[in-house]
Design a protein. Structure first.
Lengths: 273, 258
């Protein structure tokens, strides 16, 4: 399958891309209407790059992650992983997908849940749990290995979900509003924790969020989507240096980037001074 | 209100039972009703003591029929439930039949089964199994269907095969439902076994009941009924105990998070 609009060769040879999405169109039925979720979306995520996608609700952000993870086949368009065109079935198991809900299994303890991604791909349970246990301390879950999800706080549940996502060491992570269900304080704490964790791992990340500050704080590059149907409206390379610290939230660079994104989203009329 | 002042949960039903038994005892004695028409609780207790040598072996016969029939219901109910869930063909062909089978008054099949198998243990086991099968099959299907689809998608995105999704998510999700079905099934299993015995048997509490009625030994009949009730309650509690051992997490997750 090739996209109809590849007449002009792109310049992707210069920068290796982990994920490349070309002219994705995705529609779905609602009642007797056919609605367009994504209308010709094109984007890339480089190797070791953290890309955030912001957009209003209903701009097809989650649809995009479903397509990249292989759960959904788009109506048309190409998805390339490491430069190779893939079908949805071929993409299953290639990325680590994390959703807003932690989706921890209530009948499994912390290590049992954290090892689930490995087990899904065929690792034996005892081996998966052993590898999960070895990482607990990095996720602030030490001493909570034999505890059920109902006994964990919201922040701990989400960190356990992160461990489950990271443990299979996929080189592409898809995060769908991973902090959306948390209270503001826990969210700020986990954002800083994720920034530090990512700066060690440097895996490729595509983060979907409606929180502009979160996007600027975490990402190297932020893409803004239009309301449904989703198209690319704006692109911004974040000017904050790494490692990121929470003190940067008050820096002029942060304020400028945030204002630019809010303007692109139509929330601000013109850039703040 | 001070919570510590509250009486224990088991006290009110025990008290109520005691009062009812006392009223029953007095009413029978004061009215002079003959024992064979309505025995007083004291007569039943006496029957337990004097007739224990008859009651106990017959109770064991009924218990073994219940356990065999319930085991058969477990295997077929859960097995067919899984089949219906995993195969669209089975769902279309078999599930309507399973539902329709519930409209057959199963105890009424007992005489037919007696004709086929004679006064052996088989008619009792089969009636018991047929009665317990339905709640188990339906709760298995409903339990498997209750699996969180986001969890299924999560596992698929990690590269899990349908078999792995079943093992890691769908089957464990169904277990609380299966246990709920098993509690119902085991309690009504006792009814099934007694029905099987009433139409033709050489042993068992159902058989003992028909014999006691014929001999005007009504206190022994009531004692047999009490034993059946204890058996049903005990088995119900046993399934609950097994559930607490197999699903220890249930005591923490009282509310399912959205």
């Amino acid at each position: 399958m090739s996209s109809p609009q590849t007449a002009s060769p792109t310049f992707r040879a210069a920068l290796p891309s982990r994920l490349e999405i070309r002219d994705i169109i995705s529609t779905y039925e609602e009642g007797d209407h056919r609605l367009t979720a994504l209308d010709g979306l094109t984007l890339t995520v480089g190797v070791g790059e953290f890309v955030a996608l912001v957009g209003p609700s209903g701009s097809g952000k989650s649809t995009l992650l479903d397509i990249v993870s292989g759960l959904l086949t788009p109506d048309s368009g190409d998805v390339l992983l490491d430069g190779e065109a893939t079908t949805a079935a071929q993409r299953l198991g290639r990325s680590a997908y994390m959703q807003q809900r932690d989706l921890l299994l209530p009948w499994r303890t912390t290590v049992g849940n954290a090892g689930l991604g490995l087990e899904a791909a065929g690792t034996r349970r005892d081996e998966a749990e052993r590898r999960a246990r070895a990482e607990l301390w990095r996720f602030g879950l030490e001493g909570f290995d034999a505890v059920y999800p109902a006994q964990l706080s919201g922040g701990m549940r989400q960190r356990a979900a992160f461990l489950r996502t990271l443990l299979p060491h996929k080189n592409l992570m898809l995060l769908d509003e991973p902090f959306g269900a948390l209270d503001a304080l826990t969210r700020a704490e986990l954002q800083a924790w994720l920034a530090a964790l990512w700066e060690q791992e440097r895996s490729s990340v595509l983060l979907v969020t409606h929180d502009v500050e979160e996007a600027v704080f975490l990402a190297d590059r932020v893409l803004v989507l239009t309301p449904r149907p989703g198209r690319l409206a704006h692109e911004l390379t974040v000017s904050l240096p790494r490692p990121r610290t929470r003190a940067m939230l008050a820096s002029p660079e942060f304020v400028r980037d945030r204002a630019a994104l809010l303007t692109a989203l139509g929330v601000l009329d013109d850039p703040a001074p | 209100m001070n919570r510590q002042r509250q009486p224990p949960r088991w006290l009110p039903p025990i008290l109520l039972t005691a009062v009812l038994l006392l009223v029953w005892q007095l009413a029978v004695r004061l009215s002079g009703t003959p024992r064979w028409l309505l025995p007083a609780p004291g007569d039943v207790v006496l029957a337990f003591i004097t007739d224990w040598a008859i009651l106990w072996p017959n109770a064991l016969v009924t218990l073994s029929e219940v356990l065999a029939g319930f085991t058969l219901a477990l295997l077929t109910g859960i097995g067919l439930g899984i089949g219906v869930f995993r195969s669209q063909t089975l769902e279309r062909v078999l599930y309507p039949l399973i539902i329709a089978s519930q409209t057959i008054p199963i105890p009424a099949l007992a005489p037919l089964l007696l004709v086929w198998f004679g006064p052996t243990i088989w008619p009792k086991i089969l009636v018991t199994a047929l009665i317990g099968f339905f709640p188990l099959a339906v709760s298995t299907v409903e339990g498997l269907r209750s699996t969180d689809q986001d969890v299924v998608n999560l596992l698929r995105s990690f590269g899990a095969s349908p078999g792995t999704v079943f093992r890691l998510a769908e089957f464990p999700s169904s277990l609380p439902y299966i246990f709920a079905g098993a509690r119902i099934a085991v309690a009504i299993s006792v009814i099934g076994a007694v029905f099987g015995e009433l139409v033709g048997a050489r042993a068992g509490l159902g058989y003992l009941m028909t014999r006691s009625i014929a001999q005007f030994e009504t206190p022994r009949l009531v004692a047999a009924i009490v034993l059946l009730s204890i058996m049903g309650t005990g088995l119900f509690a046993l399934v609950g105990l097994v559930e607490r051992v197999v699903l220890p997490w249930r005591s923490y997750a009282t509310v399912n998070r959205p």
